[in-house]
Design a protein around this ligand. Sequence first.
Ligand SMILES: [Zn+2]
Length: 91
Amino acid sequence: MLVAAHEFGHSVLMYAGGLSLSWGHKGSTNPITQSVKYSTPGYPEKGPIDLMKYYDPTKRSADLFRRMVDSAAMDIDVKRLIWGAQIKWTK
Ligand SMILES: [Zn+2]
C-alpha cells in the first residue's frame, strides 16, 4: 500500500514539477542516481511522513511504520493533484 501510494505520487509530481521533483523525491535524492543526498534529514520525529521524500535511514523512530500508514497525502501534493486534474466546475 505504501509503495503503491509512493508510485502513484510520482505521476502527480511528474505532471506538476517534472523530473527533478518526481525522480528527485522533492529534493531528497539525486534524480539520476537515486542516491539520498547528504543534506537529506532523518525522518521527522512527529507528525505525518511525506511518502514522496527519502529520509536518512539511520534516523528512525519506533512508530515510523504506523505514522507512514496514518499519513495522508501532503497538502501540497493534494493541491498538485487537483491542479493536474484540471477540474471544470459547472452549475
Ligand atoms: Zn520514488
